[in-house]
Design a protein around this ligand. Structure first.
Ligand SMILES: CC(C)(COP(=O)(O)OP(=O)(O)OC[C@H]1O[C@@H](n2cnc3c(N)ncnc32)[C@H](O)[C@@H]1OP(=O)(O)O)[C@@H](O)C(=O)NCCC(=O)NCCS
Length: 190
């Protein structure tokens, strides 16, 4: 099941042969530096199954980000329902990403995220897409900026699922995009 394609990438549902990559990106210390929890082999597999089933059933979830030529999965980038009561409106959709470190620095996530935002706003007809990250997660925030998302000034928040044992990971910044058309964004910001 292919969601979208770009020049270099395929965003598709997961297949069994992607399990090793999925475990890798969920356990690698560098990839997980801004997350409070680490998952065991079994927990990674359960999450893999849940995510694959949700994509198959709803079309939403964290899709496998694969090389369009070889079809090798390199990480994920996806559109997923998110519940953060009091922080985001009910029924919000977030865009999120995670890539094995050997694929960083090639512009893959920016390329994937631009296409997925277009898919969300134009094909799925969503009014807005959110993204959020620990305030120190510069690489992730750089992606948000590169794809044209707007920082929601004054709406930084403490993530309710981050335990108090990890104070440095609690504070998050919030970004949103409502249109892919630069002329509309400009008018709104004038
Ligand atoms: C966040 C994350 C996905 C960003 O990865 P990334 O490789 O920095 O992002 P991109 O794929 O968009 O690549 C951008 C980089 O590639 C470079 N690049 C090379 N070719 C490029 C191209 N054709 N187009 C755009 N950028 C290109 C850019 O200059 C930039 O390099 P820089 O980091 O030196 O500035 C990655 O760091 C990650 O997986 N982090 C851990 C998980 C995580 O924190 N997820 C987010 C939680 S909120």
């Amino acid at each position: 099941m292919i969601i979208v394609e770009t020049d270099r990438l395929t965003l598709r549902n997961w297949r069994n042969e992607d399990r090793d990559l999925f475990r890798e990106i969920n356990r690698d210390e560098k990839v997980m530096a801004f997350f409070p929890f680490r998952r065991s082999h079994v927990e990674c597999d359960l999450l893999f199954n849940r995510n694959r089933d949700m994509i198959a059933e709803t079309g939403l979830g964290f899709y496998a980000l694969a090389d369009r030529g070889t079809d090798e999965a390199m990480g994920f980038c996806g559109l997923a329902p998110v519940e953060l009561p009091g922080i985001l409106p009910e029924g919000s959709v977030e865009i999120g990403w995670r890539l094995a470190t050997r694929f960083w620095g090639k512009g893959y996530v920016t390329e994937a995220a631009k296409k997925l935002i277009e898919h969300a706003l134009l094909t799925l007809g969503l009014a807005e897409v959110y993204a959020f990250a620990v305030h120190d997660n510069k690489r992730s925030i750089a992606v948000m900026r590169r794809v044209g998302m707007d920082y929601l000034d004054g709406q930084d928040f403490d993530h309710p699922k981050v335990p108090d044992t990890h104070p440095a990971l609690k504070r998050h910044v919030l970004y949103r995009i409502t249109t892919i058309f630069p002329e509309i964004r400009k008018t709104r910001n004038d």
